[in-house]
Write a protein that binds this ligand. Structure first.
Ligand code: ATP
Length: 742
């Protein structure tokens, strides 16, 4: 026995707290019509979580509360408590006694309590389902509801039987699992759509990260290429620098020397050109010479004429003249002539001049002697002769002076000409020298220009080197400076064609341009974001995975539950059938009664059901569901359908089925409200026997007017209602009960 008692307070007609204790396998509640017996059955429904107002014969929750009478004011709340003996752990709770309580307030609010603690309705239903106290209420048969199972449709019947068989808990779990599966599917969709939402961003980030990686690789490549390039360039530049400075040295010294030579040559040239003024000197000498010659010729002619006069005079003077004395004045003139001639020759080294002068002196002396040797008569002639001869001496002297002068001029002229010729030679030589030096200088200058071009190139290359290094550091980091460590044999650099290095430079330029296109920046933020989004995506993927796993588990569970439901249902039907047949035979004295499982079109499915179904093949099966059909054959009667049964026959059939169901999977208690109302005396007896049999497995609460039924009860309660409209309970003896009942 599990049901210990029930307590009603403010529930329907039970205005005051009323308690019933069920200390026997069969308890009966008896009382006159309208006293409140059925309200007790409804109190059971109520406390066990009934949600259908109709099955509690009311419309609103408020109607369940004592409505008040003239004598007793209305209540604000109705409460029912039911107590179970849980020492056998009928309910899955670690308490020996479990008390359920439900309270309804006037505002329609319900409270549920389990051993005094507030719980949810769901908890109540779940706990009861585990104890085979199902929500279809198969364990509470209300008044006039005995044949409910006959009136029910195939599906309802199936549900009632499932409930009776204790399969509700599986059904409940299945529904719960299906709901979970539905939610899981929704979650999967949601997570999928979250993934889809971030997918484009992730794709974009991935692309950026790939670019970043590419640019990182390019930086490494740039760095390595720069190491080689810069090292080579450095070696090349320092070699070039040395080379240029050494190349410059020789031409510079040569040029310096040439400049000296050139300035000398130019000086020479200048000097020589200055000497050209001697041309005038030549002309002067020439004119002087010509004058001297003219004078000489004149004098020569004059001398000739004088000589003729002298010769004539001499012939006049025939006799030689005796020696006389020579006047001193004559001697003074002679002396003067001598001195003159002497001065003429004293400077001359020329012998001919000396000779000529001496000859003239000799002539003068001769003339003087001749003159003073003459006779007086001849003195006059002689005097003239002397005068002529004196004139001639003077002319001779003049002539010889002119001749000397002409000679001298001639000498100077010749010397001058030689000088001029020499000077011209020197000028030409200097000219040639200037020409030669200038040509050499030009060569050297061109060589130096080449070098200077090389130098400019070197300066440019040097600047370029620095720029490349600086840019390299910007793009590939300070590690570029490690180019110094790049190992290379200088000779390989020097011997290499320059265009190869140029090729290297171009390659580096290309990488730089690409790197610049990629944009600078370490991409730290990008990497952080990428990592976050990846993590989020991975999290979502894991989430989907987990959800799919749990969906799979749920499907398996549902499948398992369906299997169990189906096999236990079939088993249960078989067992019920045999009990059904047994009770049917007892009540009808023969005949057959059988439940058959039939397939019928399934009621409209929920959308989610379709969504949940993975295998398309299942749909066909899912479209139909199993229902329960009842076929009976009464002895000696031809019955084609249940509808053809009489009221009593219907009651007997449903009692057989009800009892069969209770036999197979006995509920902890069964409340039967006037189920026996339609039975005649003979059947009442049979019914009473069946009840006794049933009570060995299930605790029974019977609301009855039937004497036979009452007789089988161990405890009898009487319900009465006075003028105040309040139901009252009292424990009664069988005899009293019979009286109250009637
Ligand atoms: P019968 O033997 O005819 O089936 P019964 O003993 O089963 O009768 P019930 O149907 O349980 O009687 O009781 C009905 C009585 O309960 C009615 O008199 C009704 O007025 C009373 N009742 C129902 N609800 C309330 C309520 N909320 N407040 C007061 N009285 C109520």
């Amino acid at each position: 026995m599990y049901l210990k008692g029930i307590e009603l307070a403010g529930f329907k007609s039970f205005a005051k707290k009323s308690e019933l204790e069920f200390g026997a396998p069969i308890s009966s509640i008896v009382g006159p019509n309208g006293s409140g017996k059925s309200n007790v059955a409804e109190a059971f429904r109520f406390v066990l979580g009934e949600q259908s107002m109709k099955s509690m014969r009311t419309k609103r929750g408020e109607d369940l509360i004592w409505g008040g009478s003239q004598a007793v004011p209305r209540s604000n709340r109705a409460s029912v408590k039911v107590t179970f003996d849980n020492s056998k752990r009928l309910l899955d709770l670690d308490f020996d006694e479990v008390e359920f309580e439900r309270i309804v307030h006037r505002d329609g609010i319900n409270e549920y309590k389990l051993n005094g603690s507030s719980v949810r309705l769901k908890d109540v239903i779940e706990l009861l389902a585990g104890a085979n106290i199902g929500s279809t209420g198969h364990h509470i048969i209300s008044q006039g509801e005995a044949d409910r199972i006959l009136n029910a449709n195939l599906r309802e019947r199936r549900e009632m039987i499932e409930d009776a068989l204790g399969l509700k808990i599986f059904q409940y779990k299945k529904n719960e699992s299906e709901r979970k599966l539905e939610r899981t599917a929704e979650n999967i969709q949601q997570v999928h759509s979250l993934r889809r939402e971030i997918a484009p961003h992730l794709k974009y980030l991935k692309k950026q990260v790939d670019r970043l990686e590419k640019s990182r690789q390019m930086r490494v490549e740039l760095k390595e290429r720069l190491h080689e390039y810069l090292k080579r360039e450095e070696v090349y530049l320092s070699y070039k620098e040395e080379d240029i400075s050494s190349r410059k040295e020789t031409p510079n010294t040569k040029l310096k020397k040439l400049d000296e030579e050139l300035s000398k040559a130019r000086e020479t040239l200048e000097r020589a050109s200055k000497e050209d003024v001697r041309g005038q000197e030549v002309l002067n000498i020439e004119s002087e010479l010509s004058n001297a010659r003219k004078k000489r010729d004149e004098l020569t002619r004059e001398v000739g004429r004088l000589e003729g006069q002298i010769a004539f005079a001499e012939r006049h003077v025939s006799a030689p003249v005796s020696s006389g004395s020579i006047p001193v004045s004559e001697l003074a003139v002679l002396k003067e002539n001598f001195e003159k001639s002497l001065s003429e020759v004293s400077d001359s080294e020329d012998v001919s001049t000396v000779r000529r002068v001496l000859t003239s002196v000799q002539k003068t002396l001769g003339t003087l002697i001749e003159k003073y040797s003459e006779s007086k008569e001849e003195a006059g002639d002689k005097e003239e002769l002397v005068s002529l001869k004196e004139k001639k001496v003077a002319l001779d002297r003049e002539l010889s002076a002119v001749e000397v002068k002409a000679e001298e001029l001639n000498e100077s002229y010749k010397k001058l000409q030689v000088d001029i010729e020499e000077s011209k030679d020197e000028e030409r030589g200097a000219e040639r020298e200037v020409f030669r030096i200038t040509a050499l200088k030009r060569e050297l200058e061109s060589e130096l220009r080449d070098i200077s071009r090389d130098e400019e190139m070197l300066t440019r290359a040097s600047a370029e080197f620095k720029q490349n290094l600086a840019e390299g550091i910007v793009l590939a980091g300070r590690a570029v400076l490690e180019y110094e460590n790049f190992d290379i044999e200088p000779s390989t650099v020097i011997d290499e064609a320059r265009d190869k290095q140029e090729d290297r430079r171009r390659t580096i330029e290309k990488i730089k341009i690409r790197l610049e296109e990629f944009g600078a920046g370490s991409g730290e933020d990008l990497m952080k974001e990428y990592k976050e989004v990846i993590e989020r995506d991975e999290f979502l993927t894991r989430e989907i995975d987990d959800l799919e796993k749990s969906a799979e588990t749920l499907k398996e569970l549902i499948h398992d539950l369906e299997d169990r439901l189906s096999s236990q249902f079939k088993e249960g039907i078989e067992k019920i059938n045999s009990e059904f047949q047994h009770f049917f035979e007892i009540l009808f004295g023969g005949g057959t009664a059988v439940l058959t499982v039939v397939k019928q079109q399934k009621r409209k499915k929920k959308d989610t059901d379709i969504e949940m179904s993975d295998e398309a093949g299942e749909l066909g099966e899912e479209d139909s569901e199993e229902g329960i059909d009842i076929s009976v054959n009464l002895p000696r009667k031809k019955i084609k359908s249940l509808e053809m049964l009489s009221g009593g026959e219907r009651a007997l059939t449903s009692i057989s089925l009800l009892f069969a169901m209770s036999q197979v999977n006995p509920p902890p208690f069964l409340i039967l409200d006037e189920t026996d109302a339609a039975l005649d005396e003979a059947n009442s007896r049979k019914y009473s026997e069946m009840i006794k049999e049933l009570s060995t497995k299930t605790q029974l609460i019977l609301i009855t007017h039937n004497r036979e039924t009452m007789s089988s009860a161990g405890i009898l309660y009487g319900v009465t209602m006075g003028a105040d409209g309040v139901s009252k309970l009292l424990s009664v003896k069988f005899e009293e009960a019979v009286k109250v009942a009637k």
